[in-house]
Design a protein around this ligand. Sequence first.
Ligand code: GAL
Length: 379
Amino acid sequence: MRNKQIAVILLAAVAVFSFSSCKQKSIKNNKMVTSEKFGSFKGKDVFLYTLTNKKGDIIKLTNYGAAIVEIDVPDRNGNRANVTFGYDNLDGYLKGDPYFGKIVGRYANRIAKGKFTLDGTQYTLDINNDPNSLHGGRTGWHSRVWDAQVLSNTDFPSVKFTYVSPDMEEGYPGKVICNVVYAWTDNDEITIDYKATTDKNTVINLTNHAYFNLHGTGTGDILDHVLTIKASSYTPIDSTLIPTGEVVPVEGTPFDFRTPHAMGERINEKNDQLRFGKGYDHNFVLDNAEEVDASVYDPYSGRVLEVITDEPAVQFYSGNFLDGTQKGRGGKVYKYRAGFCLETQHYPDSPNHADFPSVVLIPEEPYTSSTVYRFSVKK
Ligand code: GAL
């Protein structure tokens, strides 16, 4: 009898909790998106969205910075752990984070001295990474509350985020309307589809800035993670991390990841490029010849991450600026090189390099781009 009473109370509690925590709910063919309040910023509500696929694996997203907050995927023994950096609440993000899981725009990566010329006019941007402009400036798209819509007529749990960037925001010309759709497939893939339109010529370069640690976050560095990047060349940088303009073969350098190498294997070699980047912080020019452009295998957990993109390049960043001052989800401390990023994108500083693939967005032709992060295990 007593057990029965407890069961009834528990059921009631679950029902109340589900009701209060799920503002929006969409279920079709077992796909599910729930949302709960995450905080508010400048009078706008911020939500945390939980997307569950048929395997029962989940990702969490927020409309603050259109960010990935959590990715819970199994290791080779079926034990789930969170493999990406994020915070327990909005406050963590508001205190300033190094772009954890965020959509970065209007221009991901650096623009030299915060200046570029388009159609004969020079534009001046925020210098937030002295002497350059980084990731769209201090109030770039990573720091905005995006509109969110849980999509219902899709094959997988999906959320669409929308941001309208006014003309001359952060110094960039043109009003840009941007949509980013995240879907979480039953094959443990996060698909990210970007779309943007402008009313005036402008420049654009969008990426997702997720940090990964396939051991599970808060459990050591990423130096044992084995990386493959299908890139025969990369763009060397100067001491301010701006491309020199050259596109150089990786052959015979610590940047040759065409065959698998542990991230830490050559990271401390005497090499000017590694010195400038304080490790890996470089743009790899993708061969785009195979389905998978980059992959990472963690021998410890068996987890594998594959990256598939239609972007021409990927920035491999080995978490060199992490220093243990960031405390993320579940109180996990993000130490030096405790996470890596594979930011699919166009080349850094392209507006100042006519021979790099163009980043000019014109009103007549919308910008589209797709990237997939696919998780699996190797036994
Ligand atoms: C990366 C960039 C690094 C660093 C990091 C944020 O995209 O390449 O140099 O700025 O973002 O801390």
